[in-house]
Design a protein around this ligand. Structure first.
Ligand SMILES: [Zn+2]
Length: 309
């Protein structure tokens, strides 16, 4: 049976600075190995291969601000299809199954607690005793928001996947408009903090989203951005390259530097997030303190804290 072909759209200018000075870094066809085998070996609800096999991908960099991204991305209606029919919940669970261990759950919870403690501290000066109001953009099933609630923070979530919004523990909205319409007082400057964990790399227009979020956050409010670190990725040769710049979903590729650049364009400045000690293991305490002492020498990662300027 002849399947319809997925539609792609082209991003002609830089996703960060808008420059038209775009340089091609790598390109190829979805049908060519190793990309085709990487895609074939991933768990999917329905395989995207019949729809995309004839298509090609183009990975580019901005000649002015050095941001890198996929120039050809799925058209909006195909993105919907990608996240509803190709990447199903079941496929996602299969993909994440190797991480489903007691140790990863424990580490994830420790990370969440670290962020909660830091956000509480970093927002004290702007909220004058008010409860911390946090928006987790791209919150998934809301695990981070559940942790926020345990500590008495007021958490709100935005997620595009309808299934994820059905769970009742925290309020999850379909988008910024939905959040504002449903709750009129939660508009401009309402939030003390906004978090985006592994979201920015998926967005067709990441700067526009960051600018909209800037409107929602109070002056001096805190933003946490976390993306895969794509430092050194030049194309799709290895499975690590594929995970970093998967042309159907990881369409934007950030390094510590380009993450700071896009945040700067959206009106945020990097800050030192400080250290949260969430452990009763003395060796870990010492290691974290050593990192704190060295923090000025260590390279910043692609998980960074910012403040609205
Ligand atoms: Zn640029």
């Amino acid at each position: 049976m002849q399947r319809e072909k997925a539609q792609f759209v082209e991003r002609a200018s830089c996703i960060t600075c808008g420059s038209a000075n775009i340089i091609q870094i790598a390109s190829g066809r979805f049908n060519d190995d190793p990309l085709r085998s990487f895609i074939e070996n991933d768990p999917w609800g329905e395989s995207p291969i019949p729809y995309i096999a004839d298509g090609h991908w183009v990975f580019v960099g901005c000649g002015d601000c050095t941001t890198r991204f996929h120039q050809r991305i799925l058209a909006p209606e195909w993105v919907q299809r990608c996240y509803s029919e190709w990447v199903t919940q079941e496929a996602m669970e299969k993909f994440l199954a190797p991480q489903n261990t007691p140790q990863t759950h424990f580490n994830k919870a420790r990370q969440h607690v670290s962020h909660v403690l830091r956000l509480e501290k970093l927002t004290r000066q702007i909220r004058e005793g008010d409860t911390v109001r946090v928006l987790d953009f791209g919150c998934g099933w809301g695990e981070f928001l559940v942790m926020c609630a345990r500590f008495g923070l007021n958490g709100y979530g935005i997620d595009f996947a309808p299934d994820r919004r059905k769970q009742g523990q925290v309020s999850i909205f379909s988008g910024i408009e939905d959040l504002q319409n449903g709750t009129p007082n939660r508009g401009m400057g309402f939030f003390h903090a906004i978090t985006m964990f592994e979201v920015l790399e998926h967005l067709a227009d990441p700067l526009a989203v960051l600018q909209s979020l800037n409107d929602l956050i109070m002056p001096g409010g805190v933003l946490i951005l976390e993306t895969p670190d794509c430092t050194g990725v030049q194309g799709i040769q290895t499975i690590q390259d594929y995970r970093a710049i998967h042309p159907l979903s990881h369409i934007n590729s950030f390094t510590p530097k380009s993450l700071r650049t896009i945040a700067g364009y959206a009106g945020f400045s990097p800050i030192n997030c400080g250290v949260a000690q969430v452990t009763c293991d003395l060796a870990k305490v010492i290691k974290t303190e050593a990192k704190r002492a060295l923090s000025k020498l260590l390279k910043p990662a692609t998980q960074q804290y910012f403040r609205k300027t």
